[in-house]
Each structure stands twice: as structure tokens, then as C-alpha cells.
Design a protein around this ligand. Sequence first.
Ligand code: 2HA
Ligand code: ZN
Length: 291
Amino acid sequence: MTSFSHAIPFVQEAAPIIRLCWENGWNEANGGNFSWRLPTDEITGVLARRYPNVARGAATPLPQPQPSLDGEYFLVTGTGQFFRHATEYPEQVFGIVQIVEGGTACQTVWGFENGGRPTSEFATHLVGHATRKRISGGRERVVLHCHVPEFIALSFLMPLDSRTLTLALWEKMPECIVIFPDGVRVVPPLLPGTVKIAEASARELEKGRVISWSHHGIFASEESPEKVFTLVETVEKASGIHRRVLSAGGPKRGIDKALLAELASYFAKMMVCPPDLLEEPARDAAVEPTE
Ligand code: 2HA
Ligand code: ZN
């Protein structure tokens, strides 16, 4: 990975990972976005020491209020910025914003040189952060959105169904059920950057860390840039295997469900949750034929 140093340790950690996403072919041009809910004491300390004279930007209203994030600081990629430029022009690609006014607005406190602002997907990132902060008890802090080609291809080849997609991936690589036991949750094709996709995403993020924006990309939440990268990398690798299998005429077999269950019990301590999607879904009483 590119050797890179920066006065803000969070930029130093994130920028090479963002650049690596581009190197992997996941984030062409201005495609994709990233945000990191920063530990407040650390970031306010770094900014006071390293950038004591930086003026705050004006408070900009958020499309959806997020009271549970009031006061939080986020390192976030800017709208129109290229992942390819992350290590070369970090002050332009990234900004740090604080959520203010009871979670109804945000204010730039560092970065976004040349008048930038947060990604067009920031509202969705914030919904994702609010949901996953609550569900993970504060552990998860980073959201990454990438245009991963193999994973996107599957949304044109497979039913838009979370269990079908998850099982297809789990059945291709033994690591998958251990690394994403919460599965991959499918959001139907919706207009990017809208409240509608943010709300649909929030519903799926209640159930897991990884969602598919059908025909568009992946959106994933984890603790650190490294961990979210690893999660996306694993989903994309399994997607590539599955797509190749589909291209060769479809699977003759998959890793057996009994072996998947054995893997899940053997590695249970490393997993974020039990692999609920392995179980057959309970039949919905409402659709049972009635006499
Ligand atoms: O252009 O990826 O989803 C940024 C995006 C929108
Ligand atoms: Zn996108």
C-alpha cells in the first residue's frame, strides 16, 4: 500500500485504504464514498493542536435529522471527489464535519479545500451510522460505498432477494459465513442520494452490516477503515467466484449447508452474530391457504 503520512492520524489511516479501493477497480472517477465517525476527544485534540486557526463553515441543514449523532465528528469524502486522489490531495478529497443543532445540520471544521462539501450520499451514510451505532453498541464507526463490479453484476443475474444472494456467496468460499454471518441485505433499485433509498437502506441495516444497492454497488459498515475494506473485499471475491460459476453454466453443487453450519459453530467466537439466514425462513401464516 502507498506509504503516506498526514497530521491527522485518521486521514493517515483512511487515505491509503481509499486509494486501494480505486486500485482494486471499485471506485472509478467520483464513484463511491466513505465516512468515519471519529472519537470526539481525539479529533478535537488533534484539530486544536494542528489546525488551531481553521474557521468553521456555516451550518448546513441535513435532509433527515439524526439526533443520535448530534455533536459527532465525521471524516467524509467530498462530493465529486475521486478515490484515486485520496493520498495525493487529501485536503481536497476529505473533510471533517461536525453534526450540530440537535442533529439537524452539519458544519465543516477541516478540509474540503476549494469549497467542497460532503458526498451526495452523506444523508444515507448518517442514517447508516445512526442505525449501526445503535445496533453495534457503538463499535461500528466506518461506512464505505463502492461500485464493486462482480457484486453489481450479480444484481443483474440473480433474484433481488437477501437470502438467495447470501447463500450463493456463503456456498462459494468457507470464509464467507464467518466474515459476514449477518449476510448481504438487498435494497431494490432506487435513485441514489434520496431519502427513499436512505430509508430502505436503514431497514436492511437493522439486520446486517452489508447491503446491496441493486444495480449500483455495496454499502458496508464496520469498526475501522481496514475492517470495512476486508468485509467488502471478501464479499467481492465470493461474488467473482459466483459470477464465474454462473457464466460457466451455473453451479453443479455448493458448499453443503451442513458444512456451513459446522463452520459457523467452529468459528462462532470470531463471528459478529449467528448466521440466521442459514435457517429456512418460517412460513408466513398470512399466506397459508385458508379453508
Ligand atoms: O458518485 O457513488 O452513489 C458517488 C456515488 C453515488
Ligand atoms: Zn455510488
